[in-house]
Design a protein around this ligand. Structure first.
Ligand code: ADP
Ligand code: ASP
Ligand code: MG
Length: 412
């Protein structure tokens, strides 16, 4: 069971979480719980780091931001004990959640299950601080924002358990219900679609958590922590239950062509004007960006009529824009461009659906709908099961709502 920030935002909510845990214990399950920091806490801690030192040390950042989860793990363990349930908290390093050494975005390498399993076998409930682990040098690491989802799936994989993610919405919706009130809850969604939605901006699950669940075949359910905690136990033997089940394709009977729409405002666009259209130019641009650790997403190239010059447009994470421009300016003579322009007021909107593999016309419909709304497309990328477009950020909601209706996703 994993509970996110809004679900543990204060002591009353923590008591509510404890009641959910008690229900599962009383139903005869062995339970390990992963908790996030209280809502807003991690942002506050990140803010302190930024204030303390402009160019802060990533290892110390982890030491600071990992503290939020320690508080909630301890408080939940106490609350459970107060209800007569045997429980203890585990910091990431105690469990242990072993990660690589990439501070601020570490990957879980291994969770030796012995400690956690022994406590379960003693009849206890494990309460594990999410989002954190221990690196190869023994220092505290964190897994990137939203990382408690990944902690939870990794713990489930290590213990051979299912994983229920409790959050502030009652499942995965066809789009962010905060953007479009006609969004519909999905009973089931495939790992692959969920992976696309998460990586394209739907923050209901951290991308890495879905990857792990898919690899280790962890049954993953997203459900609400605000459901009545004492209602009779909810996930039945045949796997039916509240919320949304993330599962294999063959477990879904009626597959829609488009399952969901995601958006991301974490985008910035860079346009390089008038570079020579000759072999090696793309390498001279994207090499330095890779060298600076910046991942480039959408790329569009167009060549002038005489074939001599090209314009290149691409996107980078918004937070990396300054760094990207600096890296490119430093290589100006080598690349040989006339001008660089950039914009942070862009957004990426994506339609996702496994049915696209066998149905033509999904992209065409997307372009048609956007054109009817007068929304210009700056860049396009596709994969087997998604189409993404880059648009002016001001039109994000309009685009989502229009597409949501056009693909027949609106709730009745
Ligand atoms: P937690 O703190 O529990 O981890 P998050 O805020 O990280 O919760 O994730 C839940 C939020 O994800 C919801 O409040 C919702 O606004 C957002 N969200 C974005 N896309 C979707 C979607 N397709 N379905 C459900 N929720 C979504
Ligand atoms: N508390 C961390 C964050 O806000 C991890 C999480 O909530 O999943 O990013
Ligand atoms: Mg989250």
């Amino acid at each position: 069971m994993k509970f996110g920030g809004t679900s543990v935002a204060d002591l009353e909510k923590i008591r509510n979480v404890a009641a959910h845990v008690r229900r599962e214990v009383e139903a005869g399950h062995q339970v390990s719980v992963v908790v996030s920091a209280m809502a807003g806490k991690t942002n506050e801690l990140v803010g302190w780091c930024e204030e303390a030192c402009e160019d802060y040390d990533a290892a110390e950042y982890d030491a600071v931001v990992a503290s939020g989860e320690l508080v909630t793990a301890g408080l939940l363990a106490m609350t459970l004990q107060g209800m007569g349930i045997k429980a203890r908290s585990w910091a990431g390093w105690q469990a242990p959640v072993k990660t690589d050494g990439a501070h601020g975005r570490a990957r879980i390498m291994d969770i030796p299950p012995e400690n956690l399993a022994a406590f379960l076998d003693d009849g206890g409930v494990n309460v594990i601080a999410g989002f954190q682990g221990i690196g190869p040098d023994g220092r505290v690491t964190t897994l990137g924002r939203g990382g408690s989802d990944t902690s939870a799936v990794a713990v489930a994989a290590a213990l051979g358990a299912r994983c229920d993610i409790y959050t502030d919405v009652d499942g995965v919706y066809t789009t962010d219900p905060r953007i479009d009130s006609r969004a519909r809850r999905l009973e089931k969604i495939t790992y692959e679609e969920m992976l696309e939605l998460a990586s394209l901006g739907a923050k209901v699950l951290q991308t890495r958590s879905v990857e792990l669940a898919m690899t280790w075949k962890v049954p993953l359910r997203v459900r609400s922590s605000f459901d009545a905690p004492d209602a009779p136990s909810q996930v039945t033997e045949d796997g039916k239950g509240p919320g949304t089940l993330v599962c294999e394709e063959d477990e879904i009977v009626e597959q829609q062509v488009v399952s969901g729409i995601a958006y991301s405002r974490d985008e910035a666009q860079v346009a390089i004007r008038k570079v020579k259209d000759k072999p090696g130019v793309s390498a001279s641009i994207f090499g330095p960006l890779a060298g600076a650790g910046i991942s480039v997403d959408m790329i569009v190239q167009n060549v002038s009529a005489d074939g001599e010059f090209a314009n290149l447009t691409f996107t980078v994470p918004r937070g990396d824009l300054k760094k990207a421009l600096k890296a490119l300016e430093a290589e100006k003579d080598n690349i040989g461009f006339e001008e660089i322009a950039s914009s942070s007021s862009v957004a990426k909107v994506s339609v996702v659906g496994i049915g696209m593999r066998s149905h033509a016309g999904v992209a065409a419909k997307m372009f048609q709908v956007l054109s009817e709304k007068g929304i210009n497309i700056e860049a396009i990328t596709t994969s087997e099961i998604k189409v993404s477009v880059l648009i002016d950020e001001a039109y994000t909601e309009l685009a989502i709502r229009a597409l949501h209706s056009a693909y027949g996703l609106d709730a009745e």
